[in-house]
Design a protein. Structure first.
Length: 166
């Protein structure tokens, strides 16, 4: 998906991204479904098939992995990305449980990192990116203990506050 997204951006000025095996296509209403058509053309040309059951028709406002993308006012110069309240509450609850137990495993760190990355970096200036570092360390470099480190503790506190105020 990363290679196809990169190719679509270079060849067709594709406005979208990928998330594992999914694509998110973000275009204002006046563009119609041209980005989706370009992505489909590229896949077909390369011999890759997209799952028709997963296809979502073009919409100026849609939800993707717990984030609402709204381009319905793009013609006025306003685009909105907003984490859904229930998604923010669920992620915050996981953070609070980890905080309470003072334990975190590499798999938990990876899961939280993915949720934080997609949800919190939709905020202005991708706030939260730097605070992902302790979870990257835990995920890829491991720790001799499952005990929460001071950096992880601080990062969790940051994300709880951010999620409650986004």
């Amino acid at each position: 998906a990363k290679v196809m997204t990169r190719a679509a951006r270079l060849l067709f000025a594709f406005c979208g991204g990928d998330y594992f095996d999914d694509y998110v296509v973000v275009e204002p209403t006046f563009a119609g479904s041209t980005a989706q058509e370009c992505l489909l053309f590229l896949h077909t040309s390369c011999g890759f098939l997209l799952d028709k059951k997963k296809h979502e028709p073009m919409e100026p406002a849609f939800k993707f992995v717990g984030v609402r993308h709204d381009l319905s006012h793009a013609h006025l110069g306003r685009v909105t990305l907003l984490i859904l309240k229930d998604r923010a509450e669920r992620i915050s609850a996981v953070c609070k449980r980890v905080h309470a137990t003072r334990k975190i495993f590499a798999g938990q760190a990876a899961s939280l990192r993915g949720k934080f990355y997609f949800s919190c970096t939709t905020a202005f200036g991708k706030v939260g990116r730097a605070s992902l570092r302790p979870f990257v360390e835990r995920q890829f470099h491991g720790q001799p203990s499952v005990d929460l480190t001071e950096d992880e503790d601080i990062a969790l506190s940051f994300f709880i506050a951010l999620l409650e105020n986004m």
